[in-house]
Structures are given as C-alpha cells and as structure tokens.
Design a binder for this molecule. Structure first.
Ligand code: SF4
Length: 324
C-alpha cells in the first residue's frame, strides 16, 4: 500500500465528502472494537480522509448497528490524524481463574527467574546491586545476568558497590559483563549511575520512579521493579517482554508495546497483584508460554486462552523438533 492508500473498516459516519476510517494496519479490528477482542481502542489510528477515488467491496453486514464488513480503499487522499482514543474497560472475563491457575502451575515448575531473577541476585540490603542487576537484565537471559553480577562481586575490589564501580575502569567493568547484551553501553551507564547515586542520593539509589528513570539505561520496567524489590514500594507493574507477550496472548490487553500494556493492566488488575505478576509470568514465559513457540498443549489455561488454537500446530512442531 502506498503512502496515499489506506485500507480500513468504515464506521459509516459520513459527513459530505469525508469519511472516518479506522486503519487496520497489521491488527484486524472491527468497528466498533469488540470489548472481548480489544480493551484498549488506542491501538487503532483514526484518520479523517478526503476521498478522491474509492473502491468498495461489500462484505456481509453485521447486526444492523454499525457496518463492519465493508472494505474501503482510498487513493490520493489527504490524511489528518484526528485523535488517539484511549479507552480502558473493566477486567477480562475469567481473569481470576486464569491468574490462579497460572499461579498454582508455577508452584510445580522451576524457571530461571526463580533462582536468578534480579531480586534474588542482590545481596540483602544492597539496593544498588538490585539496580545494577536490573540494568544488566534487559535483552539478556537471567543466567547471563547472574554470571555478570557474580563476576562484578568477585573481581571488583571490595565487591559490588557504588564506590567499587566508581573506582574501577570502565573497560574492566565491560570485561566483567561482556556476555550481557549491549555490555559496552551498560558498563558506561552503570558507572554514571554509581556517580549519581553517590553525589545526589547520599550513596543510595533514588527512591522514586521519576528519578530512577532519570538514570541512563533505566526504563519503566526496571524502575517499577526496582521500587518493589529495593524499596518494597508498589507503584506499578514491571512489564517486560514476557508479561507483554503473555497478557496479549491471553486477551487481557491488545497493545503494541510494554508501556501500553502496563497502563492497560493497571486499569483493572487489583494492586495487590502488581508486584507478583512479573515474577509469575516471567517464569511462565520462560517455561511454557514461550516466544515464539508456546507449549499450549501443556498449558493450564489453554481452555481460556484465545491464542491457544493459533499455536497448536506450531507447538507440536516445536516439541517434535525437540525429540529428534
Ligand atoms: S494456551 Fe498457549 S498461548 Fe495461551 S497462555 Fe497457554 S501457552 Fe500461552
């Protein structure tokens, strides 16, 4: 499709030569979006399009409320972004059964996060180690993060702490964490974080989301997890790739990036679950609802999951490959 061609489903709100189109892009949505399919409507960009030419293909009509099966092609049109509508709905049906089933299932399986998650790597009372573990963890497997933290503890004079990081050459820091993703950049950011912590936070780490995120290399996921693990303060959900992927597969949200997922989940998930959901779903994602091949056949919530059928064949192929 060229820049001037759009394809979408119309809402039949025609105002003279103007027609409102919801661009489909990769996600196929109905208009209006079904509450069960999508809880956030902001994933659909709405455009006001002046029609030059159009081709219309009529599909089947729905139950008379709104036409949803009409495909419209517009060419040579001028688009103006109207608005990005954010709409949060209530909790998904059956979420409590699903959550509880995953929780019980997790008790019977061992996942890397259970022993090597960031909150388990830090020595007790060391908030700075928790921060460093989180900074190392992005784009990196838990095992590699654990190894890097161990290296820092053993190779830095006096162990892993703010002063030892400041006193150590960046190249040596980089060597200690060399298997971690983006290690060069992370070595630099960790050094900068140590200086900031010493000079601005009296040798401790920031105790709020905003100032944690002011440290280079610290994003929302790390900041919320850091507040929970280091300060025992629950201010939001730490959404990483596992939480983002699984909650979308479960139909708990329909989002394109983790920050939107965090906001969507926080709109209905009771706060008491905000701390544990990351740990719960990371382990579930590492062992069962994997990317890209979830093991749906073994999944305790396959009966509730709208994505289970999508992956059935892939899952079989995946386990067959393993047996060979
Ligand atoms: S059924 Fe499959 S896709 Fe759905 S949660 Fe379970 S493993 Fe993931």
């Amino acid at each position: 499709m060229s820049n001037n061609e759009y394809q979408g489903r119309i809402t039949r709100k025609r105002a003279r030569e103007h027609i409102k189109i919801e661009i489909e892009e990769k996600i196929k949505v109905s208009s209006p979006v079904s509450l069960n399919e999508a809880r956030i409507k902001d994933e659909v960009d709405a455009y006001e399009v002046s029609l030059d030419t159009k081709e219309t293909t009529i599909g089947s009509e729905s139950n008379g409320e709104t036409v949803i099966d009409e495909t419209v092609k517009v060419s040579g049109a001028k688009k103006t972004r109207i608005k990005k509508e954010v709409k949060f709905e209530g909790p998904p049906v059956n979420w409590e059964q699903v959550y509880q089933s995953i929780k019980e299932y997790r008790l019977g399986i061992n996942a890397p996060v259970d022993t090597m998650g960031c909150e388990r790597l830090a020595e007790q009372t060391s908030r700075f180690q928790t921060l460093v573990a989180l900074m190392l963890s992005s784009q990196t497997k838990d095992q590699i993060t654990a190894e890097a933290i161990n290296n820092l503890r053993q190779k830095l004079p006096g162990g892993l702490n703010i002063q030892s990081i400041i006193d150590t050459d960046e190249l040596i820091l980089d060597e200690c964490i060399s298997k971690v993703g983006f290690h060069k950049q992370k070595a630099k950011w960790i050094k900068q974080a140590a200086v900031t912590c010493k000079e601005e936070y009296n040798g401790d780490i920031p105790n709020d989301i905003k100032n944690l995120m002011n440290l280079k290399g610290v994003g929302p996921k790390m900041a919320y997890l850091c507040m929970q693990c280091a300060w025992n303060i629950n201010q939001g959900i730490g959404v990483d790739v596992h939480v983002h992927r699984i909650t979308n597969r479960l139909g708990w949200c329909k989002t394109k990036e983790p920050e939107a997922t965090r906001k969507a989940l926080e709109s209905w998930l009771p706060k008491e679950f905000w701390s544990e959901i990351n740990y719960l779903l990371v382990g579930f994602g590492q062992t069962t609802c994997k990317s890209p091949y979830p093991r749906c056949a073994d999944c305790p919530v396959k009966g509730y999951c709208p994505s289970a059928n999508t992956f059935r064949q892939t899952s079989k192929a995946s386990s067959n490959r393993k047996r060979k």
